[in-house]
Design a protein around this ligand. Structure first.
Ligand SMILES: [Zn+2]
Length: 482
């Protein structure tokens, strides 16, 4: 017997269970894409399947709705594949083992892929059901959302007529996302020169920081190990003559760096000063960061004496100037949505080679002009110091619309069905809505979904009655979109 047979809405869970039998981790979407294309074929629906496995399916409006404005329904085909240790599964070949636990649907020892299989299941159930009342539908299934919004980036939407989009890829029932940040990566490079110098080398390490996601956690005031290394070196700079041999830290531009290491070269006679200054700075930091990073620590140890290849003084001072003056962290808070970070950046990776000092930043803003304004500041700082900046991965924001028909109708339907006020929120990270609204002029969209808990982990579970309520919300929304 099928696990979901007794669950309601029946068709939604029928499709969801089917999808769970098809392996569909990111990068492995051919089969699930074919499943959706075959569905369209067998139901006589017009569809497009592109070479990247994105699928678009069209359905005419129901009787009386033929001329209504089309509605776009969108979700992503790929899922994050995670398993508990000891669980035997080949995510390339095996389906998931579903089971019901109270009001939750789960998969044994693995992610469930409710993110975002539930969107696909809802859409197929709507497309299949000729008894529903709805405007013309344009359904978009994108691939590889989880590894950088790749399907949204590659899909061609020039043939679509709809300007209203329901993105079913949020995880808390009753919370509707209305805006997300755009972003870009910036790599700032300063040319440096090295000289040979006698002295004693000391390694300084900043460790014990919490780090985190540079979008979702930038407001938590966690220490950035790159900026903090700049602060140590600048503090020493006033008191002890030294120069720099090594500077390194951070792994990704979109993760707040947790550790950095530097090697500086100085006169051994200054060792005591060095140790006492770093120790007292550590005490200061323990107070400043006692909430956000209680384990913050500075370690200092002697490496040895001898001739070392270090930065020429003029290079060292430029590097220090850069580290002390680079913008980092929150730049603006939103004045439309309380508590939302509007513009921020994160210094994520720092490197020092024989010729170049570089820092990689991730810049985010829900206001496009502020994103470029910030990139421009980085460019001025870098170029003023004789360096160059390069920008990569520029993607658009999904800007908050003060006037949104889709939000108005959703609020009305939600209230009528549940007698509760919906919450409209925004996030300081990327969503497919951002990229899609860059492709469809004047797109009005909203992102929502049923309760999914612990997504991207083997504990992922979907609340069954929430899935039914959200189904009712979608079909009522479509019915009123005449
Ligand atoms: Zn998702």
């Amino acid at each position: 017997m099928r696990v979901c047979e007794q669950l309601k809405p029946k068709n939604v869970f029928k499709y969801f269970e089917d999808l769970c039998q098809i392996p569909h981790g990111s990068g492995n979407t051919r089969e699930i894409s074919n499943y959706c294309a075959d569905f369209a074929k067998s139901h006589g629906l017009k569809y497009i399947q592109d070479e990247n496995n994105n699928v678009i399916i069209f359905k005419d409006g129901s009787e009386g709705y033929e001329n209504a404005e089309p509605v776009i329904i969108q979700g992503h085909l790929d899922m994050v594949c995670e398993k508990e240790s000891g669980v035997e599964i080949d995510f390339e070949k095996d389906g998931l083992q579903l089971y019901v636990d109270g009001d939750f649907l789960k998969a044994k020892g693995t992610t469930l892929g409710g993110d975002d299989g539930i969107a696909i299941a809802y859409a197929l159930a709507i497309l299949e059901d000729d008894s529903l009342l709805h405007p013309p539908l344009e359904v978009i299934f994108t691939v590889d959302e989880e590894i950088g919004l790749l399907g949204a980036e590659s899909v061609d939407l020039s043939m679509l007529k709809g300007k209203k989009l329901l993105n079913i890829d949020s995880e808390e029932e009753g919370i509707f996302l209305t805006s997300c940040a755009g972003g870009l990566g910036a790599v700032c490079e300063l040319p440096i020169t090295r000289v040979e110098q006698e002295g004693t080398a000391y390694e300084i390490k900043v460790t014990g920081l919490q780090g985190g996601h540079s979008g979702a956690e930038i407001h938590k005031e966690r220490g950035n190990a790159i900026a903090l290394m700049g602060r140590i070196l600048h503090t020493l700079y006033h008191e002890i003559p030294f120069t720099i041999e090594k500077l390194e830290g951070g792994l990704k531009d979109n993760a707040i760096p947790r550790e950095t290491v530097s090697v500086i070269v100085l006169d051994t006679k200054k060792e005591e000063d060095l140790l006492s200054m770093t120790a007292s700075l550590e005490q200061e930091w323990k107070k400043e960061y006692h909430t956000s990073d209680p384990d913050i620590s500075i370690q200092c140890r002697k490496l040895g004496e001898g001739k070392r290849s270090v930065l020429h003084n003029s290079s060292a001072v430029k590097v220090l100037f850069f580290l002390r003056n680079m913008p980092n962290g929150i730049q603006n808070m939103s004045m439309d949505i309380v508590g939302l970070v509007e513009t921020s950046l994160n210094a994520g990776i720092m490197k020092l080679s024989d010729q170049v000092f570089s820092v990689n930043f991730s810049v985010r803003s829900s206001v496009t002009s502020r994103k470029y304004e910030l990139a421009d500041r980085l460019a001025f700082l870098t170029e003023f110091l004789g360096g160059e900046i390069s920008v990569n991965g520029d993607y658009p924001a999904w800007e908050y619309k003060p006037e949104s028909k889709i939000r108005g109708l959703m609020a009305e339907v939600y209230w009528d069905l549940f007698q509760k006020e919906p919450r409209f929120e925004a996030i300081h990270a990327g969503l497919e809505c951002g990229i899609l609204s860059g492709k469809i002029e004047d797109l009005d969209c909203i992102s929502f979904g049923p309760d999914l808990i612990d997504i991207h982990t083997p504990k992922e579970r979907m609340n069954i009655s929430s899935a039914e309520r959200v189904w009712n919300l979608i079909i009522e929304f479509l019915k009123r979109s005449k």
